[in-house]
Design a protein around this ligand. Structure first.
Ligand SMILES: Nc1ncnc2c1ncn2[C@@H]1O[C@H](COP(=O)(O)OP(=O)(O)O)[C@@H](O)[C@H]1O
Ligand SMILES: Nc1ccn([C@@H]2O[C@H](COP(=O)(O)O)[C@@H](O)[C@H]2O)c(=O)n1
Length: 212
């Protein structure tokens, strides 16, 4: 039984997987194919804790792949607000500065809400808010190659810093906290955003829920 859809509330879809697995691509593909419905995409990364009090040297050493790095309470509070059809103020995260910016973005509630991030199935309180849970499953070697490209091009990182971070925190935290959440997924999507069959099935399911 779907938790939210039956109560005339927004449908919450959680999309998780390791860094570089294709979570954003899968979420965007679902988003694109669900045109005609009102949609909102929330990224767990927006809810990284503020590090303003720390120096840059200290910020670089933070483990950004541990659940403690996120303000999950705020994410849960805001999803509950959306379920009550209330507006939310989403923080804006700056990867280069490793902290939140001073801005927030106001988002209106929508019929379908996609919540995407590495640990969205880790906290039972968050997991329990989701109607459909998806795990994007991509091999470690592909993910690190994608991450090197992205972090250098888009997040202001050096090759050496990406490698150091991957070995120190990204990889061990994936195996400790992210990969174990696969067992909670309703659907495991291999090949991420290129898996058109999986995307079509998901979109059909969401349309069924909305029209039922
Ligand atoms: N199936 C795929 N085949 C090839 N490249 C992909 C695929 N899925 C994602 N990518 C690319 O890999 C990078 C990381 O994908 P992204 O969706 O941002 O992952 P995540 O959100 O899990 O970190 C992006 O540059 C994206 O274009
Ligand atoms: N200051 C930060 C904050 C986060 N990260 C890394 O981002 C990854 C999650 O984002 P994806 O889009 O890749 O899912 C996570 O693995 C963190 O290591 C960072 O490097 N710096």
């Amino acid at each position: 039984m779907l938790k939210n859809a039956t109560k005339n509330r927004p449908i919450i879809i959680g999309v998780t997987g390791g860094s570089g697995s294709g979570k954003t691509s899968v979420s965007q593909a679902i988003f694109k194919q669900l045109h005609g419905h009102s949609l909102l995409m929330l990224q767990e990364d927006s809810y990284y804790k503020d590090q303003d009090e720390k120096s840059m040297d200290e910020r670089v050493k933070v483990n950004y792949d541990h659940p403690d790095a996120f303000d999950t309470d705020l994410l849960i509070e805001q999803i509950n607000d959306l379920l009550d059809w209330k507006k939310i103020e989403v923080p804006v995260y700056d990867y280069a500065a490793h902290t939140r910016s001073n801005e927030v973005i106001i988002k209106d509630p929508k019929e379908v809400i996609i919540v995407e991030g590495i640990l969205v199935l880790n906290d039972p309180r968050l997991r329990d808010l989701m109607d459909i849970k998806i795990f994007v499953d991509t091999d470690d070697d592909i993910r690190i190659i994608r991450r090197i490209q992205r972090d250098i091009e888009e997040r202001g990182r050096s090759l050496q810093s990406v490698i150091n971070q991957y070995l120190a925190t990204v990889k061990p935290m994936y195996h400790q906290f992210i990969e174990p959440t696969k067992r909670y997924a309703d659907i495991i999507v291999p090949e991420g955003g290129e898996n058109q069959v999986a995307i079509d099935l998901l979109v059909t399911k969401v349309r069924d829920i909305i029209s039922s």
